[in-house]
Design a protein around this ligand. Structure first.
Ligand code: ARG
Length: 468
């Protein structure tokens, strides 16, 4: 038994004074890494089974470890487990309790392993589950997006450049732009998962271990695709976590664009959508207010996820090989990014399912106010032989006249239009209406409702191919 003044610590054999309360708090991670307990237990059990199989511990030891872990699992699930900051982290907390429950077998669990390969394994297992959760939610969210796009496949809305009305699109077409962004996000998460799914255990502290371990067995037990090939790399690099935060950051960037549009669209001056009350809150002073809190917060939370990425990049930068305690700081940003993306997806899937109500009349009004078919008139003239630049100038004059008159382009009389070019005939109105403008953009990727419907069919298939 260790009788040094610091003997409460597992590692205290060579220490002659205890750490201060402040240092204890500063160095402990149990407050935030206890959420790894289930994965820590899974990894420990796989390690113990391997040790027994290899004859490194006895079958009785394994049975004791398994029995002890069952008890601990119940204790934690029932909220009876006593987490202790004196035991630093999740690993020591579980190991100490196991030893208290089953004695020496608990002390043998750590044979051929270090907390360095242990924690790297736990994070990878935890993150793998987290990514799978995100992918399932992303699937639900994308399906809600596609369903809304399908309902509004032919609903004209102004497309914008510079936030000024540009040309007609449909609301469905607009939403499908987001489908593309989020589909790429899904690809990034899946790609990242491949590199997360590697087993560090066996690397021990940094150099491997002298015991006759079987890493492939542990990898198979835990569902890892392969082992990390180099022990120093296995315990020290966190690039998989950085990649994950990068994927989260891009996802949130895309969410922030959609959020910004929702905020804009539900402003009464624009009025393209109404957001269900359950995603909004009121003001403590202004009784008339209904604020789009959910999209605003999602826009704001994008900042914290970008911060998580920068934190991890900076944490890893210039760390010498192999494990350094710096890496204990990887968890909070990683968990924060995971939690934020998970909650955001949950709430947005719900919001897009039945929380966004479209106001087609407001969109049509904005199209007319913005002379959205002006390009179509220029194209009409160009197709009749007028050089496009000249056609552009002619239509500029038409827009000016319509503006002065307070009329939409399609509301001008044929004679008024012909004053600008004798080439204009009665068929011009097919080009000037929103429906005519949309129908004309009839190619893959274009805004014609026919194309939007075809794109929706493809979107469903592509989503299933990626996420189902
Ligand atoms: N709590 C530690 C972490 O999160 C576990 C590994 C500690 N390893 C060590 N050599 N002190 O990184």
């Amino acid at each position: 038994m260790n009788s040094s003044p610091a003997s409460q610590y597992t590692w205290a054999g060579r220490f002659s004074e205890p750490v201060s309360g402040l240092v204890k708090r500063y160095t402990a991670s149990v407050a935030f890494d206890q959420r790894l307990w289930r994965h820590d237990m899974l990894a420990s059990l796989a390690h113990a089974r391997m040790l027994a199989r290899q004859g490194i511990i006895s079958a009785q030891d394994l049975a004791d470890i398994e029995r002890g872990m069952d008890i601990i699992r119940l204790e934690i699930e029932n909220g009876q487990f006593q987490w202790s900051i004196d035991l630093e982290d999740v690993h020591f907390n579980l190991e100490k309790r196991l030893t208290a429950l089953v004695g020496d077998a608990g002390k043998r669990l750590h044979t051929g392993r270090s907390r360095n390969d242990q924690v790297a394994t736990d994070i990878r297992l935890y993150l793998r589950d987290g990514i799978d959760g995100i992918l399932a939610l992303l699937n639900a969210f994308q399906n809600a997006l596609i369903a809304l796009a399908e309902r509004e496949a032919a609903t004209p809305m102004p497309g914008f450049t510079h936030l000024q009305v540009a040309q007609p699109v449909t609301f469905g077409h607009h939403l499908l732009a987001y489908f593309e962004m989020f589909l790429r996000d899904g690809e990034r998460f899946i790609d990242c998962r491949r590199r997360v799914n590697r087993l560090p255990l066996g690397a021990a502290a940094l150099a491997g271990t002298s015991y006759p371990i079987d890493r492939a067995f542990v990898a198979a037990e835990l569902g890892f695709e392969a082992v990390c090939e180099n022990s120093l790399d296995a315990v020290s690099d966190r690039d998989f976590a950085i990649e994950f935060c990068a994927a989260c950051s891009l996802f949130m960037t895309h969410i922030s664009r959609l959020s910004e549009e929702l905020v804009l669209w539900m402003n009464p001056r624009v009025g393209f959508v109404r957001l269900a009350d359950r995603f909004c809150t009121g003001s403590s002073i202004m009784p008339q207010k209904k604020n789009p809190d959910v999209p605003e917060l999602a826009r704001g939370k994008t900042g914290r996820v970008h911060g998580d990425l920068v934190a991890l990049l900076t944490l890893m930068k210039a760390q010498p090989l192999a494990y350094n305690k710096d890496n204990q700081e990887d968890k909070e940003p990683l968990f924060d990014a995971l939690d934020t993306v998970t909650d955001t997806l949950r709430i947005f899937a719900d919001m897009l399912t039945d929380g966004v109500h479209i106001r087609a009349d407001a969109m049509r009004y904005a199209l007319q106010q913005g002379f959205a078919t002006a390009t179509d008139l220029a194209d009409y003239l160009a197709k009749k032989g007028v050089p496009f630049r000249d056609a552009h100038a002619i239509v500029g004059g038409v827009v000016k006249a319509a503006e002065q008159k307070g009329a939409a382009l399609s509301e001008l009389a044929l004679a008024e239009l012909q004053a600008f070019s004798p080439l204009i005939e009665n068929d011009v109105f097919a080009a000037l209406t929103v429906e005519g403008s949309l129908a004309a953009r009839n190619h893959i990727g274009g805004a014609a409702p026919e194309q939007v419907n075809a794109a929706i069919l493809r979107a469903r298939k592509r989503l299933n191919a990626l996420l189902a």
